[in-house]
Design a protein around this ligand. Structure first.
Ligand SMILES: Nc1ncnc2c1ncn2[C@@H]1O[C@H](COP(=O)(O)OP(=O)(O)OP(=O)(O)O)[C@@H](O)[C@H]1O
Length: 923
């Protein structure tokens, strides 16, 4: 690839070569930070640093994939392909992912906790609003506004590491303490708690010692956007002999409203003694006119570290086009038409990005225009799931099911739902739906069932029954617009899965001084009422639209918020809708009400969260510097009322001329490099792909969610118990007694979705299995080396990842001879081949990493049967070839159907699959 060919600049070389002591790199946009970091990492490895001694933190998963890809390619060049498997112990990823792994590895009691994203967390708080007394925290608190307020303030407590005992005795403080307990009772972690818990763990000598034992280099990209809690974590990791390298550009600090503190970087060398400071100022990305405009604008950002980008590339036309359109609709038309002409000139859709300050506010006219012209796009940012009329119809349907009115938008009026109109509307959007009579009868019976407590709800499954009846499976997957529709429908399944998972989640409650298991809520009018509430008053405004199918071959225009564009680049970038009020955002810098008292949240910290024009300026600077060749900056003059051009635009260009046709480059420059992303597939995805590539596409790429089963988590629960049993045995030097085992079960056996009878039943069964295991194979417990150990196998340009249940040491009585063991709780002989395949892949990864894996076995807990899996060279070669063929299929976007009566009947997404071989969708 061409990226490999350029040699580092002198400035980059200095970053690559620096050794001894901490290093702070102050970089300009486009100065090749990622390049410098990846080459520095490679150079450390070349010198003999073990990959497991390096941690690199990136801001996003996408940036991690890009950094990993660059490192992998260079290492392959210099050390050969075989070396790539040795890279697996190196951590390259986000701070959150690192903390999650750290907690799983070193804090056993958190080993069975699940991570909540922001939507799930909102759903949980909605369920727990009364218990947490959230309405008390704001005057006349309403349900969702109290939740929003609570989360905004809870974020600060976590970002700023404010000890909860210092919060005083305000209503917020009471709610916050209850919140922390509640998360524990549900066995949940949040992004905020991940960091605080990891910091707490690292503050204990025992964990710190273990974590730092193998750590020599900590590299942090985008350091300007680190918040105080993350900085604390970095500080705990970066103690001698660990060398810390941070790379940052203060002009690109855009996350202060989420707690990032640009001062962290400005005061870096004071905090870390013996720091060397280096600069990267040659911009390798953009053409000179883009750099000139961006430099001029950066000079207006105050305060900032003094620096300027130095251009390196040749000029070409057009580079910067500032223009205006009469209306927002006309602006959208002109952009869409220019994209078509760029296509004719040889640009791919993916060479083009359109960046907005807020996708939700500003993108709708453009999305409509692109839809009308059939231009494929991937839309990040909050475009709103309910933008499409068909999703509105579905929203209304759920309102009707729960006897509620519906409003199409946040600020519109609630309107009663008329069933006949609704039916007609649904049938209009889903022309392949079953007959009106059938659909009517079905919906009426559904509504009747929804209002009783007779049986548990299964939201995702019910939604799939609906989609089957609406004929969604007939959509043509070869048509990008149909794929987009399917993606949006899949996103809806995500919404149900989120709501369902937090609503049906079990927890432990204290009853008469004893912790008792309690199942979640799963049925009836109340359940549907709460679901409606979530859809109408939360999801309507919060769920983002389908972000696009994550194939590595998709060609689509990227539509993103400026925040999301951080770290990325495109040959052509449009930044439209540059009007006052939108960019800079009118909300920025307004004084806000907070629930935290001045002593824990002083003014200078508060100001950071409230934002300022400076931050809006940085954001605009980020937007401009994403463009390689051509940058279009525009505003519209009116919608129904007049709009003033953004002060940023007029400051740079004075009055901007109206254009009806935009100049476009004659042809693209030869692509500087291919995709930067390293495909990463988990072993389970690989297995799903092998079973049926189309199923893989529908679930993993389009996002149709699995149905929730009450026994879900049983296998994981047993693994978790075995882990505690192993730890107990190793510490005590002997197996637990019956009573001690009972205590381990009491503390650690947990099922997320069972009701009490099922829980008790499965616990009994698990107890019997674990007993059997201890009786027959208890000696294994003394030689557990690691549990849930991650593996990564490099295969022809992709990585296959997975986790092995248990690794035993002293196989055959010899230290450092390892055996991989996979525990199975159910016997399904058809799966045996798959289990063997999985262990062979992990064995290959382990050996590649340098571990002496001498045995692998599947352990059927039920029958205490152990099945040895052959891992001789020939078998491993065959397994690798099998995996490679699958990985290539995925990377090439090859997704043929592979139906079979039995497997289709078990398939979660059969309702939306044209080829399902199981006849009528009858659950
Ligand atoms: N030594 C070099 N010679 C030529 N091109 C380079 C060199 N170093 C980096 N580049 C290219 O310059 C562009 C910018 O590099 P990179 O993405 O690493 O920048 P960055 O500093 O992370 O940018 P930003 O902070 O603006 O996101 C990339 O296209 C990269 O391939």
């Amino acid at each position: 690839m061409p990226t490999m060919n350029f040699s580092p600049t002198g400035e980059q070389q200095a970053v690559i070569d620096h050794r001894g002591g901490h290093l702070q790199v102050i970089a300009c946009a486009g100065a090749g930070k990622t390049e410098a970091i990846s080459r520095r990492t490679v150079s450390l490895i070349e010198e003999g640093t073990e990959p497991g001694e390096i941690i690199a933190f990136t801001f996003t998963e996408r940036a991690a994939a890009s950094l990993k890809n660059r490192i992998t390619k260079r290492v392959a060049e210099s050390k050969g392909l075989a070396f790539l498997d040795r890279l697996s112990p190196m951590f390259v990823g986000t701070i959150h992912a690192y903390c999650f792994r750290l907690l799983q590895d070193f804090v056993p009691e958190l080993g069975n906790h699940d991570l909540l994203d922001e939507n799930q967390l909102a759903g949980l708080l909605s369920r727990e609003e009364k218990n947490l007394e959230l309405k008390k925290i704001v005057p006349e608190g309403k349900h969702w506004s109290s939740i929003g307020e609570f989360l905004r303030n809870a974020d600060i407590v976590e970002n700023e590491l404010i000890p909860s005992k210092e919060l005083g005795d305000t209503p917020f403080a009471t709610s916050f303490r209850k919140y922390v307990e509640t998360l524990d009772r549900y066995r949940y972690l949040t992004f905020g708690r991940l960091i605080t818990k990891a910091v707490e763990a690292l503050e204990t000598t025992e964990v710190a010692k273990k974590v730092r034992a193998n750590l020599r280099h900590l590299i942090v990209d985008e350091y300007q956007d680190i918040n105080p809690a993350q900085e604390k974590l970095i500080r705990l990791l970066a103690k001698s002999p660990v060398q810390l390298t941070v790379v940052a550009d203060d002009d690109q600090a855009i996350y202060q409203w989420r707690g990032s503190d640009v001062k962290m970087m400005q005061g870096f060398s004071k905090r870390y003694k013996g720091t060397t400071s280096l600069k990267l100022s040659e911009n390798r990305r953009s053409r000179p006119a883009i750099i000139e405009v961006a430099n001029r604008f950066a000079a207006t950002i105050q305060p900032r570290l003094e620096k300027a980008m130095i251009p390196c590339r040749k000029a070409a036309a057009p580079e910067v086009v500032a223009w205006s359109a009469e209306t927002d609709a006309r602006e959208a038309e002109i952009i869409a038409e220019s994209i078509e002409r760029l296509g004719q000139a040889g640009f791919r859709y993916r060479d083009i990005a359109i960046l907005f300050r807020s996708v939700r506010t500003a993108a709708p006219p453009l999305l409509a225009e692109l839809d009308a012209r059939g231009i494929p796009y991937r839309c990040g940012g909050r475009a709103g799931l309910f933008q499409q009329p068909e999703m509105q119809a579905l929203g209304k349907l759920y309102a009707w099911l729960s006897d509620n009115d519906w409003k199409p938008q946040r600020y519109s009026e609630m309107q009663p739902v008329d069933f006949d109109d609704l039916l007609a509307e649904i049938r209009k959007h889903f022309p392949k739906a079953e007959s009106e009579k059938e659909l009517r009868a079905y919906l009426e019976s559904w509504k009747a069932a929804a209002s009783t407590n007779a049986s548990p709800v299964n939201l995702v499954r019910d939604y799939y029954v609906l989609l089957y009846r609406l004929g969604v499976r007939t959509l043509d997957l070869a048509d990008p617009l149909a794929v987009n529709r399917l993606g949006t429908l899949a996103r809806f399944s995500q919404l149900f899965a989120d709501f369902e998972s937090v609503t049906r989640r079990a927890r432990n409650v204290e009853e008469q001084g004893k912790s008792t298991y309690r199942g979640g809520q799963d049925r009836g009018k109340y359940f549907y009422g709460r679901l409606f509430n979530y859809l109408q008053f939360y999801a309507l405004d919060s769920y983002t639209e389908f972000e696009g199918e994550e194939t590595f071959a998709t060609d689509a225009v990227d539509i993103l918020t400026v925040h999301q564009s951080k770290g990325l680049e495109w040959p052509v970038v449009f930044v439209p809708s540059l009007v006052e009020g939108r960019f800079p955002s009118r909300k920025s810098g307004n004084e806000q009400n907070w629930l935290l008292t001045e002593d824990v949240f002083p003014e200078e910290v508060r100001k950071r969260y409230e934002g300022s024009e400076t931050e809006e300026r940085r954001l605009f600077y980020v937007a401009m510097t994403r463009a390689r060749d051509t940058l279009y900056l525009s505003h519209f003059e009116k919608k129904s009322n007049k709009f003033k051009p953004s002060r940023f635009l007029t400051q740079l260009f004075g009055d901007v001329k109206r254009l009806e046709t935009l100049p476009v480059p004659k042809k693209p420059e030869a692509a500087p490099h291919g995709t930067d992303e390293l495909p990463v597939v988990t072993f389970s995805e690989l297995a799903a792909y092998e079973t049926c590539p189309l199923q893989y596409r529908l679930s993993s790429l389009l996002g149709f969610q699995s149905q929730l089963a009450t026994e879900l988590g049983y296998g994981k629960a047993i693994h978790h118990i075995l882990r505690h049993v192993a730890e107990f045995t190793q510490q005590a030097g002997k197996k637990p007694t019956k009573k001690q085992l009972e205590a381990i079960f009491n503390d650690h056996f947990y099922l997320p979705f069972a009701n009490l009878p099922l829980f008790e039943n499965l616990r009994e069964r698990a107890n019997a299995l674990v007993h059997k295991y201890i009786d027959h194979h208890g000696d294994d417990l003394l030689r557990v080396w690691q549990t849930e150990r991650p593996f990564e196998l490099h295969l022809g340009g992709a990585n296959v990842t997975g986790r092995a249940d248990v690794i035993l040491d002293r196989e055959g009585g010899v230290t450092n001879k390892l055996a991989l063991v996979d525990y199975k709780t159910a016997n399904d002989s058809k799966q045996d081949d798959l289990f063997a395949f999985q262990l062979q892949i992990y064995a290959a990864a382990g050996r590649g990493e340098g571990l002496d894996v001498v045995a692998a076995r599947v352990h059927h807990l039920k029958e205490t049967r152990r099945e040895d899996v052959p891992i001789d060279t020939v078998r491993i070669r065959t397994a690798k070839a099998r995996a490679l063929a699958l990985v290539e299929g995925i990377a090439e976007g090859d997704f043929p159907e592979r139906p079979g009566k039995e497997k289709c009947t078990r398939c979660d997404v059969r309702a939306v699959c044209k080829h399902a071989a199981c006849g009528k969708y009858d659950l």
